[in-house]
Design a binder for this molecule. Structure first.
Ligand code: B3K
Ligand code: ZN
Length: 881
């Protein structure tokens, strides 16, 4: 599929009426739609899409169509010579129970669930299943009353009743037109927590969170998050909930996090269910952000949707930006915002930068794809959000809001393109954003090189910025981007100095400035600079680029201790660490002795003990770059050497900061009832980081600290942190036995809680001692199955993606396991299989000795019979790189 080939639909659909006779084995679907010709389209035939359907009946304007009246070619059904206005009636039969792809209509624990984005609706009925066809839906659900007491679909419930013969019905009407990917139905044994909620306008709406029986004690946080989301969108963007009822349904069988179906969001249980004894602080934060994300889609995605799937980031990038801002606003404090920003940037750098540097690299608005489901990527989501954030940085808070207002004013009810969003931002601000378009069309992570010159006699300071962008598949040459570089200058006392630049006269005297880099190279001159300053560039990570700048250790120390921009303060610490981690990795490779200088240790000690800093910020500063991040610093990756180097730093810090770490542990206890508020979460975070460092030292004192925390924990955050520390502890045989016992105890205690058992698998998948053999053994555990995506991710994905030193075993056994898993998953669930397939994207970055077995594993997958196009696209792009 190519973006340039877009053709508007030959026919519009105005209304869709659907009737479902729900039966797990065989469901009958009757669809009646009113259609009219789109005279502006060059597509003259009536085109419908369908997949895995049994077509029973096709009727046009009341007349049964004969086989000769239409052509079915794979997934496409064409009717030539259709009249300009018509009613099309279609009857199909589908098999939900056999549908293990979790796309379309499928069964989960005996309930019916749907997932239609991107192209799942065509597994329910023949339909012009493309996002630019928006229609109004009325849905009649009929099912056995005992087995399926609850019947839900989009919009408002307009009728319900008994059908006799043990069956009942519910009729739903969605007053808003929508693309088919937002269709949803849910039927089964479910219970809900519900609440009437008053909007700012005074209108009352019904909010419901539906779960399986036994889970009602885990819905409060999702409900609170939903109410916070509704309020936030009113306050920050003036956007009100447009329905009288808003429902969330949780299912344990789901391919991703959640889905924004109109008025009937369907969620992975992971992002709904929580109570203190089962969910961690990270889970609580995840629920808040995903509930927000799906709710915000109601305006950015549903009311205004995408013209075609190449525009996916139009809704995803924007909605991620909105959910990031939501979470940041809820914390409220400046440090809280910075902490959220740092976490988001860490993800971007670790996963998106890596994607941008591999065979699947694609622009935020891709030009082609084989399988759209492979393009729900960190580039579309996270880089897409960074692109939206750059408008925010360039236009300011009020300017951005104006742009959003204009976007809604112009496009409400339409299916549009990324360019329409950019145009709204440009027109509302009067700014020329033509060059900004390259952020959508060019893939790759731009590099910005910094050169500075200080002239003491003239008191001038020049910052020269040079940009470049590496080649990506299909894009050898790149044109310069429009890059906002937020910055400040620090004096030798660490304080911001006032900025005077001829380029930005209206900002004279301010301490923060956004430089706009639009050419390959530009020099920005600052005047009246009394002493040589230390530059703080790309504040708050104002653009998704790699900033190449030569700082001395002293300069980084100054920034870490003083920068008024908390993001860059953290960044300075990361640079200090990275410099050493790279050096140490090289030392491991060449067999030199490993040493860590006191400069870093003392800088970290000062941060750890700085009571003026928020504990969550201190936790982030003290967290070493991940092994994956360190790998990005090397042309050829040596996973074992990186692991050894990083472990050495952890162990050294554990030894030198022992007293400080014990103190941090003691100071950040959170006695009393668990609360997921920012302050308590921050304390637990720092305390548990201290614990994990302390357990790098193998002695009885650290061991019993973790053991006691495990035994006495009253919440999952503390319990899991302790168990993780114990599982990675290398102590005496006796201690190992105790640790193993704790692991068994944990399993026994929580074996009925699927989400906790996922954690149990995850913890083992990522443990230092877990090798391929351990994973194979865990796969035979009765609780393990590849059919459930959460479970598959907990063990298989975590091992392949988050335990690099073990996965990249020298004998290639990790890759063999990977190939077996991808092949097995391909039969069950192509979307999930294709995700796992991506673990070998970067095979070219490894030494020859690993490349050979990696390539063999990729080839093995590529040669598999009946390979889905999902997996085929991923492995063939990897092999071609
Ligand atoms: N829009 C959905 C993702 C659908 C993925 C389809 N393979 C969730 C979200 O981004 O909110
Ligand atoms: Zn989304």
């Amino acid at each position: 599929m190519f973006r340039k080939d877009y053709v508007a639909p030959g026919f519009w659909v105005d209304t869709v009426e659907m009737g479902f006779d729900l039966d797990l084995k065989s469901t009958h679907v009757a669809t009646r739609m009113t259609m009219r010709r789109n005279h502006e389209s060059s597509e003259k035939e009536l085109v419908l899409f369908g997949e895995s359907l049994k077509l029973l009946q096709l009727r046009m304007n009341g007349i049964d169509l004969k086989k000769s009246d239409y052509v079915i070619d794979g997934e496409i059904l064409r009717i030539a010579n259709a009249p300009d206005e018509l009613v099309l009636e279609i009857e199909t039969r589908i098999k939900p129970l056999k549908n293990t792809s979790l796309s379309g209509l499928y069964a989960s624990n005996g309930n019916f669930i749907t997932q239609c984005e991107a192209e799942g609706f065509r597994k329910i009925t023949w339909f012009p299943d493309r996002p630019d066809v928006m229609a109004k839906y009325t849905v009649m659900l009929r099912a056995d009353k005992k087995k399926f007491p609850v019947l839900l679909s989009n919009g408002n419930l307009i009728d319900e009743g008994d059908l006799g013969d043990g069956r009942h019905f519910a009729k739903w009407e969605d007053p808003f037109k929508k693309p088919s990917y937002l269709f949803a139905l849910v039927a089964g044994k479910l219970v809900c927590q519900e609440e009437q909620y008053r909007l700012k306008s005074g209108r009352e709406v019904l909010l419901q969170v539906w779960v399986e029986k036994g889970n009602l004690d885990k819905t409060q946080h999702a409900m609170d998050s939903l109410k916070n989301s509704i309020r936030w969108d009113e306050d920050r963007f003036g956007l009100e909930l447009d329905l009288d009822r808003f429902m969330i349904v949780a299912t344990s069988d789901f391919n991703m996090g959640a889905m924004e179906n109109k008025g009937l969001n369907i969620f992975n249980t992971k992002f709904v269910l929580a109570n203190p004894s089962l969910a961690t602080d990270i889970d609580y934060a995840g629920i808040e952000s995903v509930v927000g994300h799906e709710y915000f889609h109601n305006w950015t995605g549903n009311r205004i949707t995408c013209r075609d799937w190449f525009q996916l980031s139009l809704k995803e990038g924007l909605t991620v930006f909105r959910d990031q801002e939501f979470s940041a606003d809820l914390v409220g404090t400046a440090t809280g915002r910075a902490v959220k920003r740092i976490e988001d940037v860490r993800l971007l750098r670790q996963v998106q930068f890596s994607e941008d540097a591999g065979p699947m690299a694609h622009p935020v608005r891709p030009d082609s794809f084989v399988e759209i489901n492979n393009f729900y990527t960190v580039t579309i989501y996270e880089k897409g959000s960074e692109v939206v954030r750059m408008y925010y940085t360039l236009l300011g808070h009020d300017g951005f809001r104006k742009g959003m207002d204009l976007y809604f004013e112009r496009h409400d009810g339409q299916a549009v393109e990324c360019d329409d969003f950019r145009r709204a931002m440009a027109d509302s601000s009067g700014r020329d954003l033509t060059q900004f378009e390259r952020w959508y069309s060019q893939a790759g992570t731009p590099r910005v090189q910094v050169q500075t010159t200080y002239d003491a006699a003239q008191q001038t300071y020049d910052i020269q910025l040079t940009q470049s962008c590496p080649a990506t598949p299909g894009q050898a040459e790149k044109l310069p981007f429009h890059i906002p570089v937020a910055m400040g200058l620090l004096g030798s006392d660490g304080q911001d100095i006032p900025l005077y630049s001829e380029t930005y006269p209206t900002n004279a005297g301010q301490t923060n400035l956004v430089l706009e880099l639009t050419e390959v190279a530009q020099t920005f001159r600052f005047t009246g600079v009394a002493t040589k300053p230390v530059p703080s560039l790309l504040r708050n990570f104002s653009a998704p680029v790699v900033l190449e700048i030569d700082y001395t250790d002293e300069e980084l120390g100054l920034l870490l201790a003083n920068d008024s921009d908390p993001f860059n303060r953290w960044e300075a610490g990361q640079r200090l660490m990275m410099r050493r981690l790279v050096k140490l990795t090289k030392a491991v490779q060449s067999g030199e002795p490993l040493e860590l200088d006191t400069m870093l240790i003392e800088a970290l000690r000062a941060t750890l003990n700085n009571q003026h800093l928020d504990p969550s910020f201190r936790e982030l500063v003290l967290t070493l770059p991940s092994e994956a991040m360190i790998a990005e610093e090397f042309a050829v990756v040596d996973p074992q050497a990186i692991h050894t180097a990083r472990q050495f730093v952890r162990a050294t810090l554990s030894r030198y900061l022992r007293t400080d770490l014990f103190q941090a542990y003691e100071h950040n206890l959170t006695p009393g009832q668990y609360s997921p508020d920012a302050q308590s979460m921050a304390k637990r975070g720092l305390k548990n980081l201290a614990l994990s460092y302390l357990l790098e030292s193998s002695d009885e004192q650290t061991f019993s600290l973790a053991k006691a925390q495990f035994d006495e924990a009253e919440n999952m955050t503390d319990r899991l942190a302790a168990l993780t520390a114990l599982s990675n502890f290398s102590g005496t045989e006796e201690q190992q036995a105790v640790a193993l016992k704790a692991l068994h105890k944990f399993y026994k205690k929580f074996k009925k809680e699927a989400l906790v058992i996922d954690k149990w698998f995850m913890l083992q998948a990522t443990a230092r001692t877990t090798d391929v053999a351990t994973v194979r053994e865990l796969m035979t555990h009765p609780a393990f199955t590849l059919s459930n995506p959460n479970r598959a991710r907990s063990l298989a994905f975590n091992f392949c993606n988050a335990n690099p030193a073990r996965f990249h075993a020298a004998d290639g056994s990790g890759y063999l396991l990977w190939a077996e898993l991808v092949i097995a998953l391909n039969k069950i669930n192509p979307q999930v299989a294709a995700r796992l397939a991506r673990s070998l994207d970067r095979w070219k970055k490894y030494p020859e000795s690993l490349q050979i077995p990696m390539k063999a594993a990729l080839a093995k997958v590529a040669d598999t019979q009946k390979l889905s196009k999902d997996v085929l696209e991923v492995v063939s792009k990897a092999l071609a790189s």
